[in-house]
Ligand binder design. Sequence first.
Ligand code: ADP
Ligand code: MG
Length: 616
Amino acid sequence: MPDLIRLLPDAVANQIAAGEVVQRPASAVKELLENAVDAGATSIKLLIKDAGKALIQVIDNGSGMSERDARMCFERHATSKIETANDLLTIHTLGFRGEALASIASIAQVEIRTKRNEDELGTCVQIDGSDVKNQYPVTAPDGTSIAVKNLFFNVPARRNFLKSNTLELKYIIEEFFRVALVTPQIAFYFYNNDKILHQVTASTLKQRIVELFGNHYNPRLIPVEQESSIVNIKGFIGKPEFAKKKRGEQYFFTNGRFIKSPYLNHAIENAFRELIPNDAYPTYFIYLTIDPKTIDVNIHPTKTEINFQDVKNIFAILQSSIRQSIGKFNITPSLDFEQEQGMVIPPLPPGAQVKQPTINVNPDYNPFEKKVQPQIDLPLTNREKSNYDHWQKLFDPLKELRFPSSASSPDEPQAQQTLSNWDQIDTAKGKSDVIQVQNRYIITFTDKGIVIIDQQNAHERILFERFLSAMESNIPASQQQLMPQTINITHEDVELLKEFNADFEKAGFEITGFGKNTLLVQAIPADCLNENITDLFEKLLESLKTSREDPKTQPGQRLARSLSKSLSLGRNRKLQPEEMNALVEQLFACKIPDITADGKPTMTIIGFEEMKRKFK
Ligand code: ADP
Ligand code: MG
């Protein structure tokens, strides 16, 4: 019997490779655009006809190629981007596999015109399904133009498999976005059937996003910026209220490359939990920069998936930096801080560990010390303090914002008048710029406008964050009961509470006996002071039951949410000035001060600008 195995001719091998690399016109668009970016172009033109089925042409003003390279680039495994296997560890180009042009040329009619700056004449090469038909010198501008005609002309199965023009064009636009969103320094012109579809000039990242998605995105974007020894993160997220019903505007890049990472996507979506409805998807444009040695790009032919060595830490850093950004910038939409850049977060010193945020508990706190305390007066923890300092800068409700007379502008004497009156009333009582109306709303003001706070919702948010961080840090602020208390509830309720036992402990409860119809409570969280424990458990059970439908929420979050609701101030309660001040202070120290865990607003702001308009 003769030997059976033979080497496939290159043309066949290329067609097989094309099966992986070029699945549809959009894949060819991606490869050609990436080559133009790698060639250092500052301006790239994309021309599409018949959704890429008739023509895909990319024209760049990049490096161009020599006569020899213009022919070589269509060979299999021909690349100028790496030389040795070691180079795979330091990849800084989008391409490196040297198979895109060979694959495309095996399944289409391709014409390339290219010229280097140092050459007098350029080169034109024409290829039909891997057959070089023609090569000759041409006059051409610096750079490269590649025209891909009649894609899949020799692979009818593939051609028939293509979708409608509308859908194929949609895929192409998506690929175009994925390249254009990470190369704001490059100008792009995208023509579809001779009509301009997108034209973007060289600009900043934010401008690029806004140019591609529309001006209305400008006020929706919150900057994200975090440097660390493991990874640098920057980019923008959409404010929670603009989350979409469809997963779509989610762009994640690593070292200049669009990447699909369901795991890290999770980190981002986690950061939005509690803030957007369960069936909504946050918008994001996130860019990681990471040492190429710590990732592997070469695990997928289209290079859209990579392995991260340190993926757990990246997850944690990503989630926390997005949380921080939301906390800092997610104030009601009427306030625009005109902030282009993120806050400066100092980089981690090299080698430093990334820690989860914790809260500090006063070790000298004596739970048995009897003092009549207003319900809202725990001192700010360090974490809260630093949040607060930040808010204070943006939004100081207490200090500089007392409307000193020098701040008045000549065209608003009336407002000035009224506000100084308030000031006098409050000054008479002590230091305070807060008043309470209807035993329910707290009104204060800032240099931007008047803030109306709903005391119950605000308190819910404060307590929610406090319980959550106590649970996360495992340092509950707890209060021993002088006598253990027995609570009588139904058997079903006992079973329900048992599910949360671990979280109860983290929150500061100590429940020693779960009987058939009873609980034995030894300690309760410090925040439950003055509470009738039986009432508390009743409220808690009711709230836990109503939050049951939400399967995405973790038990700890559910408990924190229920506790915050059960313990929050009522709507019909007179507050002392110190209590109001503490409430305002603590609210602005929250990571996400403007809504409750259930998404109800805690405050509303009437901007002075808006007010001015109202009185015109
Ligand atoms: P890869 O990008 O993985 O190197 P390709 O098949 O996409 O492989 O391209 C092969 C080579 O052709 C590239 O390495 C590059 O040297 C050259 N090349 C391709 N497109 C361009 C371009 N637009 N401008 C300059 N050189 C190009
Ligand atoms: Mg390439």
